[in-house]
Write a protein of this length. Structure first.
Length: 178
């Protein structure tokens, strides 16, 4: 989403100038976690039916109780007033990528059928670091429809070892034979 990059870049520049990149990133992660855990909150962010003014008022109440970093709270309020809350998840993702790049890391998204343990995530990060040559920051997602295996996205590369994809490939191959 083109709209997310300028917002993320502006927030990153501000956080870097204040030397609060880690705190801002933690606050954004809290908001992303809330959106990931609550379908109602996610629908609220994306809804075109709810006016920007109503969203801004609701977000102020949510942020007051969430106790996020002040820069994050102010930023999200600005995004809400500008009617851009629908882009907030993408803005957060873009900010994470900028922060990781600033630390000399590369971000990767891991989707698995079930939550991975800390040791599994550490092993995966270590393996990816060996392949890529940079420290890898993982963001984990769970998608039970994968059945098993992993889908790993690093930049524009995607490694799909999920059973769902393998079964789909077998199904296509069997149709071609039969």
């Amino acid at each position: 989403m083109q709209i997310a990059r300028p917002y993320a870049a502006a927030l990153y520049d501000l956080a870097q100038g204040e030397n609060t990149v880690e705190g801002v990133e933690a606050g954004l992660n809290s908001i992303a976690q809330l959106a990931g855990e609550s379908q109602d909150f996610e629908r609220f962010l994306r809804s075109p039916v709810i006016s920007a003014d109503v969203k801004a008022a609701a977000i102020e109440t949510i942020l007051a109780q969430a106790e996020v970093h002040p820069t994050v709270a102010n930023f999200v309020k600005v995004v809400a007033r500008n009617g851009r809350l629908f882009a907030l998840p993408t803005i957060i993702k873009s900010f994470r990528a900028l922060a990781a790049q600033g630390r000399g890391e590369i971000a990767a998204e891991v989707t698995s059928a079930a939550p991975l343990s800390k040791s599994q995530l550490a092993d995966l990060a270590k393996t990816l670091k060996g392949k890529i040559g940079k420290t890898v920051t993982l963001s984990e997602h769970v998608d039970p429809s994968l059945i098993g295996g992993l889908v790993v996205k690093v930049g524009s590369r995607m490694i799909d070892s999920s059973l769902k994809t393998k079964l789909t490939a077998m199904k296509i191959a069997m149709k071609e034979v039969g």
